[in-house]
Design a binder for this molecule. Structure first.
Ligand code: ADP
Ligand code: ZN
Length: 517
């Protein structure tokens, strides 16, 4: 049987579970009666779709909206999952195809509206189909006091009794009355296993830093936490080994871990980490699944993670015991380039790559956040929160400045040179640097040539990084990462939207010497 994390990647194309998903998937797969309360956009559908693929038989999905059902069925079919819907909007061909898939035992997910349960044939059909799980989307529709009451939702309880299979209910409505009503109407009064954990992990301190001398940044972070168990995530296998050695040289107990190691050696690291206090494991993302150590005190990212989901999952390994835990995530222009090219060079279809860029952008936005970082993170997952007081931007609010003019200069340098160059060349143009490339292309004749002489190179690099984080400039994979001006930048170019940037990373770029790792 494939592992759920393998399917997560191979079928759905996601690197990591979103907050809450892993636990829910596990319980639903195991056949427990469950009620999961997740904010809209939090990723509920995966929590029954993935178990449906792992479990034998058919999962019937009760959903109130035909358009939503059709969207989900289309998306599932596009990734090769046998799914179908029986709705009033079906063509005869669609309905025939669903019945054929049932008859041949191929169907995995069958969507239907609750109204369909009124017809006597439906129960027989679901029995014949080998239904082994009922998933109920928008389960609060069973509540007579809510705005969305759908009388036919009351038939679901009888369906569950008749089929005698587990039921997984999902809703974004968290109030206690609604939950009680769901328990009563869908589960005959026996409380299901309920998942209502907020996504916030308030004991984890969040911090990002611009990568200027990664090795000493990691060494300093570890030195301040000597003797505590920690994980350093690194993007490449080779770097896990060199960083682990550097930590050992600095007097820590450290080892490395990556998927290229023998299974036995990997198990040994896992075992040691679990048992030994104060071990640091420098690892690729291969490390962590199945690690269940409650007292990991810190997690550092020597390189930017792949996506905001991966970031959340990786830092979430710290502080499971609820005691304070620390995190630090380093990021720099090379990380952004690496992650972009990994997405572009991957084999995923176009729309999935676009979504991956979006998830990376979300992480970059978080890295350059001007307000509370936790608030930004939770907002991405659909939760509202007040400024947390436990992140670097709350500790020391970053100073921002109106950078509209600088950003307009940078964008126009990209436009004037035909959106065909990377940041290095554009900075040459802005700072009025003479290079062969500049002369050959006649870029020293452009009106933008030299308009940015008031800022040194390093400072411009920081501006470009923030501009990319804001998604005003995006590297074009078809043209070796040449920076293209995005739609989002148009109002800025027209002078309609002012832009503020963080002063700290720009000021730091000015005062520190260039250090190569
Ligand atoms: P809702 O909870 O509102 O039903 P959906 O199931 O429609 O949310 O998911 C919202 C969005 O989140 C979808 O675009 C989906 O592709 C995306 N999503 C769900 N799970 C993940 C994940 N683990 N990683 C990345 N994106 C995810
Ligand atoms: Zn905060």
């Amino acid at each position: 049987m494939p592992r759920d994390t393998d399917l997560l990647k191979s079928v759905f194309g996601f690197d990591a579970f979103r907050p809450g998903q892993a636990e829910i998937v596990e319980a639903v797969t195991a056949g427990e009666n469950t009620l999961a309360i997740m904010p809209t956009g939090g990723g509920k559908s995966l929590c029954f779709q993935l178990p449906a693929l792992i479990r034998d038989g058919v999962t019937v999905v009760i959903s109130p909206l035909i358009a939503l059902m059709r969207d989900q069925v289309r998306a599932l079919k596009a990734v090769g999952v046998e799914a179908g819907a029986l709705t009033s909007g079906n063509t005869d061909d669609e309905t025939d195809a669903v019945f054929a898939a049932i008859a041949e035992g191929r169907l995995k997910l069958l969507y239907m509206a609750p109204e369909r349960l009124a017809s006597g044939g439906t129960l027989n059909l679901l029995k014949r189909a080998g239904t082994t799980l009922i998933a109920v989307d928008e389960a609060h529709c069973v509540s007579q006091w809510g705005h969305d009451f759908r009388p036919d939702y009351l038939r679901i309880g009888a369906l569950r009794r008749a089929l005698d299979v587990p039921l997984a209910a999902f809703t974004a409505t968290a109030d206690a009355e609604t939950r009680d009503e769901i328990t009563e109407k869908l589960f005959d009064g026996t409380a299901p296993r309920t998942f209502l954990r907020g996504f916030d992990r308030p004991n984890i301190h969040l911090a990002f830093a611009v990568k200027d001398s990664p090795r000493s940044q990691i060494l300093n972070f570890a030195a301040a936490r000597k003797g505590q168990s920690g994980i350093v995530y690194s993007a490449t296998r080779a770097k896990t080994e060199t960083l682990a050695r550097a930590l050992e040289d600095a007097g820590h107990t450290a080892t490395h871990y990556h998927a290229g190691m023998e299974a036995e050696a990997r198990r040994e690291v896992e075992r040691r980490f679990q048992q030994q206090d104060g071990l640091i494991v420098v690892a690729t993302v291969a490390f962590g699944m199945g690690i269940d150590k409650p007292d990991i005190r810190w997690v550092a990212h020597a390189d930017l993670p792949k996506s905001i989901e991966a970031y959340y999952q990786e830092i979430g390994r710290a502080g499971r015991d609820g005691a304070p835990a620390d995190t630090l995530t380093l990021f720099g222009p090379d990380d952004i380039r690496l992650r972009r090219s990994q997405i572009d060079e991957g084999l995923a279809p176009e729309d999935r790559r676009t979504a991956d860029h979006g998830r990376l952008n979300a992480l970059l936005g978080l890295a350059e956040a001007q307000g509370c970082r936790r608030q930004a993170l939770l907002r991405y997952f659909g939760e509202d929160a007040a400024p947390c007081g436990n992140c670097d931007t709350c500790d020391t609010p970053p100073e921002v400045f109106d950078a509209t003019i600088d950003v307009m200069k940078a964008l126009s340098a990209a436009l004037r040179t035909g959106e065909s160059f990377g940041a290095g060349h554009l900075i040459d143009v802005l700072t009025g640097t003479q290079t062969d490339k500049i002369r050959d292309r006649g870029h020293d004749k452009l009106p933008t040539w030299g308009v940015g002489q008031d800022m040194p190179r390093r400072q411009w690099q920081a501006v470009f990084r923030q501009i990319m984080g804001l998604d005003f400039l995006r590297p074009d994979p078809a043209r070796h990462g040449a920076l293209r001006v995005t739609e989002k930048a148009h109002p800025v170019l027209r002078g309609e939207d002012p832009v503020t940037l963080r002063r700290d990373s720009i000021a730091r770029a000015k005062s520190r010497p260039v250090v190569r790792a």
